[in-house]
Design a protein around this ligand. Structure first.
Ligand code: AHM
Ligand code: MG
Length: 339
């Protein structure tokens, strides 16, 4: 019985009982969790911190940054840069890879979105931090090249996210299932509260931004049409719909009670393959979803098999309960066959 263990205690215990977990990876996860406690404290001060609202600058994708996007990015970068555990970092908020001084370099590459769902900050809805851990091919000997960052999702050594909701919860996988740790503010520690999370295979709950429907490709439009027809339609089920506009909150819900989350390709800007970013959003979430028995796809291929070509590359995302995601993939396959 490990429920109730503190995060680091749990990871050390797992290693002692035979799970392959290098000490440096345990340290890295622990250090990321410490920065997330700081981010949680910053986010929870809300308007008291005087940093809500638009900061005015734009990130590499041309989106206006909130001040908290920048502040939380800096918290992560400054903390991890001197941890001795990372060789380089990639952040949603920074155009280029973030280098680490030679004497501070460690064995891993850390990719992160410091504050996902940040358009929700002003309205006080859950936001979160997403992270993905890769091994730096040259270890700490050299600064990672751009190419070293371009690893497939299947290469991830660990992935996680922290949702800053009514409670702050860290969801983590190192490739042996998914565990959840709730921040106990009275002791300042993440404590194991759910071990071996498993997503129900079937669901009647979908999450998508329906206002984009006219921009989607045919198979996506058809699937949602069929969902909306309910029990009399071809899918034979009465569906419920949710859209928080905060991926961390949607994925958390799916891990707890099942569901399907979709941010598909749309033709509003044909140069973009989707809205969500592969390296620090889709890949870590896919690793977690698969480790919890779910499925994650672009509609055409497994997300974790997508060739990585750019730190900020975008990808269509369909993830969640296995049988429902498989159904959506079927719609896409039928469409490919008909073409
Ligand atoms: P962000 O990283 O800039 O916050 O964008 C990602 C977020 C996801 O959390 C969420 O699923 C999606 O954007 C919501 O997009 P939309 O506002 O188009 O519905
Ligand atoms: Mg994001």
């Amino acid at each position: 019985m490990t429920t109730g263990m503190k995060l680091k205690q749990f990871l050390l215990h797992a290693k002692r009982t035979g799970v392959e977990l290098p000490f440096d990876l345990i340290e890295l996860i622990h250090e990321v969790s410490i920065t997330c406690k700081e981010i949680a404290a910053t986010v929870s001060r809300g308007e008291l911190s005087g940093v809500l609202g638009v900061a005015g600058s734009e990130n590499v994708q041309g989106e206006t940054q909130k001040e908290l996007d920048i502040i939380t990015n800096d918290i992560m970068v400054e903390h991890m840069k001197v941890s001795g555990l990372v060789a380089g970092m990639g952040s949603e908020e920074v155009d280029d890879p973030i280098s680490v001084p030679a004497q501070e370099r460690g064995e891993y590459i850390l990719l992160f979105d410091p504050l996902d769902g940040s358009s929700n900050i002003d309205v006080n809805i859950s936001v979160g931090t997403i992270f993905s851990v890769l091994k730096a091919p040259m270890g700490c000997r050299a600064e990672p090249s751009l190419n070293d960052y371009h690893q497939k999702g299947t290469q991830q050594r660990a992935a996680g996210f922290v949702v800053y909701g009514p409670s702050t919860v860290l969801v983590l996988t190192t490739g042996q299932g998914v565990n959840m740790f709730t921040l106990d503010n009275s002791i300042g520690e993440f404590v194991l509260t759910k071990e071996g999370v498993e997503i129900p295979e079937d669901t009647k709950e979908f999450a998508i931004n329906l206002s984009n429907k006219r921009f989607w490709e045919e198979p996506m439009q058809q699937y949602i049409e069929d969902c909306l027809q309910g029990e009399k339609g071809p899918l034979g089920k009465r569906y419920n719909m949710r859209w928080v506009a905060s991926m961390v909150a949607e994925v958390f819900r799916i891990l707890v009670r099942g569901g399907i989350f979709m941010y598909p390709y749309d033709n509003r800007d044909p140069s973009k393959a989707g809205k969500l970013r592969l390296m620090y959003e889709a890949n870590p979430m896919s690793f977690i979803i698969e480790q919890a028995g779910g499925m994650s796809s672009t509609g055409h291929e497994r997300i974790m098999d997508v060739e990585a070509k750019d730190l900020h590359q975008r990808v269509p995302v369909i993830l969640g309960s296995r049988n429902e995601v498989a159904k959506v993939v079927e719609y896409h396959l039928k469409d490919e066959d008909a073409a």
